[in-house]
Write a protein of this length. Structure first.
Lengths: 115, 112
């Protein structure tokens, strides 16, 4: 059972455009939603994260939009640059208060920014 | 650089063998998580330790085990290895009180 569904699987965006990646979750107990960026041969790097008490969070060119009723969240990358070309993973977990449990990841989106 | 270190970077071994992967968390972090990344299964949570105690279990096989030592480094032991165990193994760490997990560079395991 895939608890976090991510789409699209791959995405090509022109330089300067907006990249949008979507995720949907099933487990209503999830209360922490991070996005990770991974380059080939490297470990995932935390980009930005949100909790369900807010509907949007912005850090630089990266924005998370969160829709609790629809159980969906998305990553927007504004003014996309070739250096943003990477694989992006959404994830979710239950933050039990004593520290988040293991993350449940989406399958990843391979993003290519064309110059 | 996340501050999480993992050794070795690469490991090649044969089916049926046993290997140990090592992880040192960021300075000050008490919690260590282990993940497996493969092409067919994606990134999967295996197990979590907090200050030496097992806290949560994910999709970890019975052939796999882990522990966290008093100095907070952690080891993941994989035994009776099969071809399908070939994957990238990551550890991540955090303070144990917040959500953010910081990943190490990973160990690439190849079972031949």
């Amino acid at each position: 059972q895939q608890q976090v569904k991510q789409s699209p699987q791959s995405l090509i965006v022109q330089k300067g455009g907006i990249s949008i990646i979507n995720c949907a979750y099933e487990n209503t107990a999830f209360d922490y939603f991070p996005w990770y960026q991974q380059f080939p041969g490297k470990g995932p790097a935390l980009l930005i994260a949100i909790r369900p008490d807010v509907s949007e969070k912005k850090e630089g060119r990266f924005t998370i939009s969160f829709n609790k009723s629809a159980k969906q969240f998305s990553l927007h990358i504004m003014d996309s640059q070739p250096g943003d070309s990477a694989t992006y993973f959404c994830a979710a977990s239950v933050d039990s208060g004593g520290g988040a449990d293991g993350l449940t990841f989406g399958k990843g989106t391979h993003l290519i920014i064309q110059p | 650089d996340s501050g999480v270190t993992q050794t070795p970077k690469h490991l090649i071994t044969a089916t049926g063998q046993r290997v140990t992967l090592r992880c040192s968390p960021r300075s000050g972090d008490l919690s260590v998580y282990w993940y497996q990344q493969s092409l067919d299964q994606g990134l999967q949570f295996l197990i979590q330790y907090y200050n030496g105690e097992e806290r949560a279990k994910g999709n970890i096989l019975e052939r796999f085990s882990a522990q966290q030592f008093p100095d907070l480094h952690s080891e993941l032991n994989l035994s009776s290895l099969e071809l399908g165990d070939s994957a990238l193994y990551f550890c991540a760490s955090n303070t144990g009180t917040g959500g953010e997990q910081y990943f190490g560079p990973g160990t690439r395991l190849t079972v031949t």
